[in-house]
Design a binder for this molecule. Sequence first.
Ligand code: SF4
Length: 320
Amino acid sequence: MSSRSVVGVRQYSSGMGNGTSPTTLVAPAAGEAGGTLVAALSPSRAGDFMQCPLLYRFRVVDRIPERPSPVAVRGTVVHAVLERLFDLPAGRRTLEAAGLLLAPQWERIRQESPELDALFDGDPAALADWLASAQDLLARWFAMEDPTRLEPTDREVYVETRLDDGLLLRGYVDRIDVSTDGRVRIVDYKTGRAPSEYTEAKAMFQMRFYALVLWRLRGRLPSQLQLVYLGSGEILRYDPEECDLLATERKIKALWAAIERAARTGDWRPSPSRMCEWCDHHALCPAQGGVPPPLPEDALLRVGGPSASHPQLPGLDEDG
Ligand code: SF4
């Protein structure tokens, strides 16, 4: 199916703006669904529900804030650097230039989110180590891609489209490259390690989601989806076909139907897995001996909205 190598490229095969204000690509407004339950979904929230319906509830319905982790915030900072690097003329997009963006971008994000002050409070050595680890991620990216040869048409671009049943699909795409003959490549940076070959389909679901949105938005099938893993120096590529994206659309609709059912019945079941290790909500989870809070009175209104710690903002919705 694919080959794996460090600083390598893996071809996935399937069985079937900039500045502080991101640009947007959106479909014409068609009105919200019914004034009760807002039908909207992003790839990250879809992933939450697939992992654990109760986690989705805690994030989207209860909107319980989660503790920021150094790894997740580092992902946000690295995303910001990779976005802004392309503001420079091609010849000046060097690793050194990227490194010089790290501290200012951390400072900007810290000022926008004062709760991040606690991350390295009074520990300059820990901050220095953390920034050095971010620099290592940038170095790995430069070993995989050459920004002097890339001219993205969009960076951190907000995209949304509405399916025929009214469901709004939305999210932020890290980068869109368009070749001279019009072929579109969707690129997403991950600061973690590449998934195993057994779980890469799950990782590629997010990219198919974005491909579906862009296809519906622009009327042309994206040619390539590319996940760039800075943690392990691997690239996962996939050339989508129309039947793949139609299957993705069916899967998203089925997923939304399940979310809507959970919302209307209040039955948000925990789904324990090894991912629970990274979940912030053990004290509220029955699977961990906890007790969930009462559902908010406006729970239905919240179901398609953003979450407290995972708003639909560029970089903040990433895996770190
Ligand atoms: S601890 Fe596990 S089962 Fe419980 S909400 Fe979190 S992810 Fe779900």
